[in-house]
Structure formats: structure tokens, C-alpha cells
Write a protein that binds this ligand. Structure first.
Ligand code: TRP
Length: 466
């Protein structure tokens, strides 16, 4: 009876003509667009740097493929089966239960993430402007290293850049799934890949780069603490956009004949490769510049300008061009991710209230903008406000990355592994038995046991502070 109702509801939704991604390639590029972002270029290098390099990367790889990918599948199965936003999905697949709360939390978390994500997006816009003005070329090194600290601690400039970033995100999301999200991702993703590879190749040829390459390739397991493992898993979740419904919502725009397994596998491979290549673009430069790999969130912004400056001494135009391309890469990668974060809130508002896409997007944008202002100010005028020893920005990132995302991921896997009927899960994953039948058993096992247990272990480690 219940299932019949669910089925009718799904049919009804299809008849309402929900927007869809246009092709298999579009799905993969949009999902990879969501995954590849500041997480790869800005967050991955400094988190890897804080946790010892190569050994961390091995754990990160295992976490990506054995913990994160199953959650990716779980979210995709929920999203495409229900063809709804996170809240609607829970109401459709588990009507009248408390699961709707998971749907609601996962509407909110992406907006929290987006508010601080946009601040970093804003930093990359500022740096792009600096590169365009040839600011890194030929400036004295001490001035360059002071750039970052003095910029983020200002009141107005970072807020203005944050505003531009939220504005750009809002405009793309306003244009809708096909014309906005799909088109933007399709154009920019291939370009991004070419750019980051080019920068990595260049980075590895710098004098003194060898140490950076060794740092990425020679594991030192003695540096691998419990918290490093937890950070590796947190990074895998963050990088693959998991646990907060972004993949769920994108999968809800996936047509029934699209293949969930290949979308997940391609996205994970692309995201992992991109992080590693970004590592090679940045770590050699870090060592060449004599900067500490554990320097924290400023790592990319403090290191690269230094390199561009050194290059500038010999060939100014080349240095400026590489600098411009680099910050453009960061910005575009950030935008293809920020739109996925915003779309979660927007799809909820469109489908669960009377608002149209326009109002829904603007409202979401304003919410994110206001919260982001506090994040931005927490590096400057509001830096005295500490929560658990972190500024507002850091506390929000910790809350989301270390708690809300794994928690969401845990509940999504429990939902698919234990709450949904196995037959329904199999039906969705195999497109009614027409594909992926061999791999289903393994995937189901990962979703049902490995991922939840893995996340619970991480929680326990974090709570006990191991
Ligand atoms: N994965 C993106 C990045 O690496 C950011 C992102 C998009 C995200 N959607 C998310 C992070 C959902 C956490 C949760 O930059």
C-alpha cells in the first residue's frame, strides 16, 4: 500500500516535468564540478600538509573509495528514486517518519558550508585581481608574504569579494539546472583539468621542487595519528560533496537510464586525481619557497604568489599569465561547487513552498551572504569571538566537516542499507536489473556495513580525542 503510494507519487512528480540533466556526460561533469573545488585546491594541500603528506594521502585514497563512494551511491539512490530535494526525498521514501528531520538538516548544512566557502571564493577573486594587476610580479618577497594576512583581516574588502562570489553563484543557480548548472560545468570542467595539469608540470620544474614531490610520494607512517585518519576521512567527504545532500539533489536530476555506478566512479576518480594533481601544483612550490607545509588555510594563497613573484624576476609576462590562470582555476572550480551547495536549499524551497526558482534562489543567496559576512569578519574585527578556540569561520568548518557531514553520510547509508527495501535499492542501482548487477552485492555490503561502521569509528576517535 505504502509502496504503491510512493510509486504513484514518483509518477506524479515525473509528470510535473522536473528539470533534468541532458546527458550522461552532463551528469558526470556536473557531479565532478560539485566535487572538484576549493576542497581540492585550497583545503587538500594544507590538510595533507598538517597531517604529514604521503601517508595521509594513502588513507585519503582508501577513505575516498571505500567510505565516501558508498555514501555517494547511497545519496544517488535516494535522490534518483525520489526525484526530490532532500526533505521531499525523505517524505517520499519514508512517509510519516522522523527521517524528514534528516531531510531538513541536510537542507541547512550546505548553506552553512556555502557561507564560509564563499568567503574563500572571495579571496580567490581578490587574488585574481591582484594577478591581473601584476601585483605578484617583482614585488619584494616580504610584501608578498604579508598580503594574505593583511587582506583577510580587513573589514570591507573581503566582504565585497564574498558578495561578488555569492552574487555569481546566485546568478548561475537562477538560470536553472540545464541552462545554468549544466552549461557552466560543461564548459569549465575540461578547461580546469588542463589548467591544473599545466600548473603542476610547471611547479615540478621549480628549483628545489624535489622535496615537495618526495613529501607527496614517500609515506612516513609514524606521523599518522588517529586525528590524521579522521581528517583524511573528513577531507574525502568534503571533497566529494557528501553527507549534506548535494549529490542527492544532483542525482534527482539524473534520468532513469543513467548509470549511478559509473557516475559515482568517474566522479570519485576525477576528484581524487584532481586533488593529487593540485598537490603536485602546490607542494613543490611550498618547499621551493621554504614555507611550512602545515601553514594552515593560507597555504595556497601565501605560497603561490611567492612563486609567481620569483618567476616574475626573469619573465614578467609569463609569471603574470600563470598567476592569472591559477587564480582563475581556483575561482571557477569554486563556482561549480558553490552552485551545487546552493541548489540544495533552492530545490527545497521550490518544491516545498510556493516560491519559484527566482525568489527561492535570491532568498537562499541572502541567507548565505549574511552568514558569510560573519565568517569573513571573524578574521578581522570579530577575531576575538572564539568558539572552542576557533574563530567563527574555523568553528563553522569544524562543525560541518567533522560532525554534520559524517553524521549526514552515516544516516544516508543507514537509510539505504537498513530502511529501504533491498529490492528497491537494487532496482534503482541496477536500473531495473539492466546494469551493474554483478557489482551490486559489493556496493550493498559497503553501504550497509563498511561505511556506517567506518564513520562511527571516526566519531568515537574524535570524541575520545585520540
Ligand atoms: N566538494 C566541494 C569542494 O571540494 C565543495 C562542496 C560542494 C561540498 N558541495 C559540498 C562540501 C557538500 C561539503 C558538502 O570544494
Amino acid at each position: 500500500m505504502v509502496y504503491k503510494a510512493v510509486f504513484l507519487d514518483i509518477r506524479h512528480k515525473e509528470m510535473k516535468e522536473r528539470e533534468n540533466f541532458g546527458s550522461k556526460m552532463a551528469v558526470i561533469l556536473a557531479m565532478a564540478g560539485s566535487a572538484v573545488g576549493l576542497g581540492n585546491i585550497w583545503r587538500f594541500p594544507y590538510i595533507a600538509g598538517e597531517n604529514g603528506g604521503a601517508a595521509f594521502i594513502i588513507v585519503y585514497a582508501l577513505a575516498s573509495f571505500f567510505l565516501a563512494l558508498p555514501i555517494f551511491f547511497a545519496e544517488s539512490i535516494i535522490g534518483r528514486r525520489s526525484r526530490a530535494n532532500t526533505f521531499g526525498a525523505m517524505k517520499t521514501l519514508a512517509p510519516g517518519t522522523h527521517w524528514k528531520w534528516l531531510g531538513l538538516i541536510t537542507v541547512l548544512t550546505p548553506l552553512l558550508i556555502l557561507s564560509y566557502y564563499s568567503v574563500v571564493g572571495g579571496w580567490s577573486i581578490e587574488y585574481l585581481f591582484k594577478a591581473l594587476a601584476f601585483d605578484f610580479t617583482g614585488a619584494p618577497p616580504d610584501k608578498i608574504s604579508g598580503f594574505f594576512g593583511s587582506f583577510i583581516s580587513k573589514a570591507w574588502e573581503p566582504i565585497i569579494m564574498h558578495t561578488v562570489f555569492v552574487g555569481a553563484t546566485t546568478v548561475i543557480v537562477l538560470m536553472g539546472v540545464k541552462n545554468g548548472i549544466e552549461r557552466f560545468s560543461k564548459i569549465t570542467m575540461p578547461a580546469l583539468f588542463v589548467l591544473i595539469v599545466a600548473i603542476a608540470v610547471y611547479g615540478c620544474t621549480l628549483p628545489g621542487a624535489g622535496k615537495g614531490v618526495a613529501y607527496l610520494l614517500k609515506p612516513d607512517f609514524s606521523k599518522l595519528s588517529g586525528s590524521a585518519v579522521a581528517s583524511a576521512i573528513g577531507q574525502a567527504f568534503f571533497s566529494l560533496s557528501l553527507g549534506v545532500g548535494t549529490i542527492l539533489v544532483y542525482a534527482s536530476y539524473m534520468r532513469k537510464e543513467e548509470n549511478i555506478f559509473s557516475a559515482g566512479a568517474y566522479t570519485t576518480i576525477a576528484d581524487f586525481l584532481f586533488a593529487i594533481i593540485a598537490g603536485f601544483a602546490i607542494m613543490p612550490a611550498v618547499f621551493a619557497a621554504g614555507i611550512e607545509p602545515g601553514a594552515g588555510p593560507g597555504l595556497v594563497f601565501e605560497t603561490l604568489p611567492f612563486i609567481f613573484n620569483q618567476m616574475g624576476a626573469s619573465v614578467p609576462w609569463l609569471s603574470a599569465t600563470v598567476a592569472i590562470l591559477f587564480f582563475l582555476t581556483i575561482l571557477v572550480a569554486a563556482l561549480t561547487s558553490s552552485i551545487s551547495l546552493m541548489e540544495v536549499g533552492v530545490s527545497y524551497l521550490i518544491e516545498n513552498t510556493k516560491l519559484g526558482r527566482k525568489m527561492a534562489t535570491v532568498l537562499t543567496g541572502v541567507f548565505v551572504w549574511v552568514l558569510g559576512i560573519i565568517c569573513s569578519l571573524s578574521f578581522g574585527p570579530m577575531s576575538g569571538l572564539l568558539i572552542g578556540g576557533e574563530n567563527f569561520f574555523g568553528a563553522l568548518d569544524k562543525l560541518c566537516s567533522n560532525w554534520l557531514m559524517p553524521f549526514g553520510g552515516l544516516l544516508f547509508t543507514i537509510f539505504v542499507g537498513w530502511k529501504m527495501r533491498k529490492a528497491d535499492v537494487a532496482d534503482e542501482f541496477t536500473n531495473g536489473g539492466t546494469c551493474n548487477r554483478g557489482i551490486f552485492k559489493v556496493v550493498y555490503f559497503l553501504i550497509r556495513y563498511v561505511a556506517p561502521v567506518g564513520i562511527i569509528v571516526v566519531f568515537i576517535t574524535a570524541i575520545l580525542g585520540l
